[in-house]
Design a protein around this ligand. Structure first.
Ligand SMILES: [Zn+2]
Length: 448
């Protein structure tokens, strides 16, 4: 645009703007406040917003705009501001502060005033709760001892006087305990569980044969409600973001809080500075998998493999700590603890697999913490050189890796239930090859 047309352009804009404001005036509607009490006029649409005046009963006003349950009005004194429409519709509400809500449907309690925030829980239809404030289509409420947000469209706003006192009390956050023990600032919700595998089922019942409601996305988050165990395994009853409830297998999910203390980068870049904890699976009263001919126990082959692994790692300069160096019982909690206490730069749990199908064959690299995926990938690359096929890197919910704050893997190094795999597993040559591959993988990860 050149300069000489500028005034013409401005004039057109001005004409358009003035015609719009005339239109605006025509669209206005005039009301009379027919409540028994005055209504607070606020600067913005929210009960937590600044009060700028009052509309008295019988006073006239024009509505300029309506938005999320709030009206932008102009008084006859030409004052403008926002009033809650829901207060006009409920004559029992005497002010916009001592208000409560009742869910008119099963409503989701969100951590923030956004549907993309974490869903804390589902508020059952007809439940009552105190409202701290209502703003722009969201109410901040207290429900079962926690503070969260619910969409105003899913609730009926009431005066607190309309709700039985005990109904509100049981939802309220205890102010005293809040003051004496201030909650630690954390962005991770303790009840959030995360889907860690693809193609898993969101089930109607805690039963793999029950109706599949849908297939959750990888890393989809749920609110944990309860757990249940039966012949099919362990299941969590959870609510998804939309508040729908269903069951998922516990082995395919993790709790968001599990990785809070997990260290993925220990800062060590040389094997001579590295501390490696080797966990020979099973032991003592726990034989692990047993071969069909009952001649080979998993606890014995993991122990012999662990000794070979120690040799390779020490030859590279690493300091090695064995969880067990003989046929003894060590609890799963202790195994993870040994890694945490020694601030391991890597924790490697050695296992040999068993399956009901004798054709199952190969090795699997399991990791739990997302941050350990790179270590898993690197070690698995080296396992690919073994005579048994690598089945790849998989997420696995095992206690020794889950409760490990240090880089941790659990390796299944072949199937004892497969005759061909077993002949390898029994041989020193294979166990040494496995140990060397793992050591090379750890070294590559640490020195990269
Ligand atoms: Zn095992």
């Amino acid at each position: 645009m050149t300069r000489k047309y500028f005034p013409i352009f401005i004039s057109i804009v001005l004409i358009l703007l003035s015609s719009l404001s005339i239109f605006g005036l025509i669209l206005q509607s005039t009301n009379t406040l027919d409540t028994n009490v005055a209504i607070t006029l606020r600067e913005q649409p929210g009960t937590n917003q600044a009060s700028i005046g009052q509309i008295e009963p019988g006073e006239e006003f024009s509505t300029l705009e309506s938005q999320n349950g709030w009206l932008y009005i102009e008084t006859i004194q030409q004052e403008t501001g926002w009033i809650p429409e829901w207060q006009l519709n409920n004559l029992n509400i005497t002010d916009d502060q001592s208000i409560a809500g009742q869910a008119i449907t099963n409503a989701v309690l969100f951590a923030e005033n956004s549907v993309s925030s974490i869903a804390l829980e589902t508020i059952p239809e007809a439940s009552y709760f105190p409202i701290n404030y209502e703003s722009d289509g969201w109410a901040q409420i207290e429900f079962s001892g926690r503070v969260g947000f619910v969409r105003s469209s899913q609730i009926k706003i009431l005066s607190r006087d309309e709700v039985p006192e005990e109904e509100l009390e049981k939802q309220q956050v205890s102010r005293e305990s809040e003051q004496s023990e201030p909650e630690e600032e954390t962005t991770v919700n303790e009840n959030t569980v995360i889907m860690r595998q693809s193609n898993q089922a969101f089930l109607e019942e805690p039963d793999l044969n029950s109706t599949i409601l849908y297939t959750p996305d990888m890393y989809e988050e749920f609110q944990f409600i309860s757990s249940t165990e039966n012949d099919h395994g362990e299941f969590y009853l959870v609510a998804n973001r939309n508040g729908n409830r269903g069951y998922i297998e516990s082995r395919v999910v993790s709790f968001a809080t599990d990785s809070l203390n997990h260290v993925s980068d220990t800062g060590v870049t040389s094997m001579s500075d590295a501390v490696i904890v080797i966990d020979a699976g099973h032991g003592g009263s726990d034989p692990g998998a047993v071969s069909q001919d009952e001649n080979t126990y998993e606890k014995n082959v993991t122990l012999s493999t662990s000794i070979f692994l120690q040799e390779y790692l020490e030859a590279m300069g690493a300091t090695v700590i064995q969880v067990r160096s003989s046929d003894t019982d060590v609890s799963l909690a202790e195994r993870a603890q040994i890694s945490n206490d020694n601030e391991a730069d890597a924790f490697i749990s050695l296992h040999y697999d068993a399956g009901y199908d004798p054709t199952y064959s190969g090795t699997t690299t399991y990791y739990y913490h997302q941050d350990d995926y790179d270590l898993a990938q690197t070690v698995n690359n080296h396992l690919e050189g073994l005579p048994l096929e690598s089945l790849g890197v998989m997420y696995g919910n095992f206690q020794v890796t889950r409760e490990n704050n240090r880089p941790a893997l659990l390796l299944e190094l072949g199937y004892m239930s497969n005759q061909n795999d077993l002949s390898y597993i029994r041989s020193e040559e294979y166990q040494r090859a496995v140990a060397e591959a793992i050591a090379n993988g750890i070294r590559e990860h640490i020195e990269q």
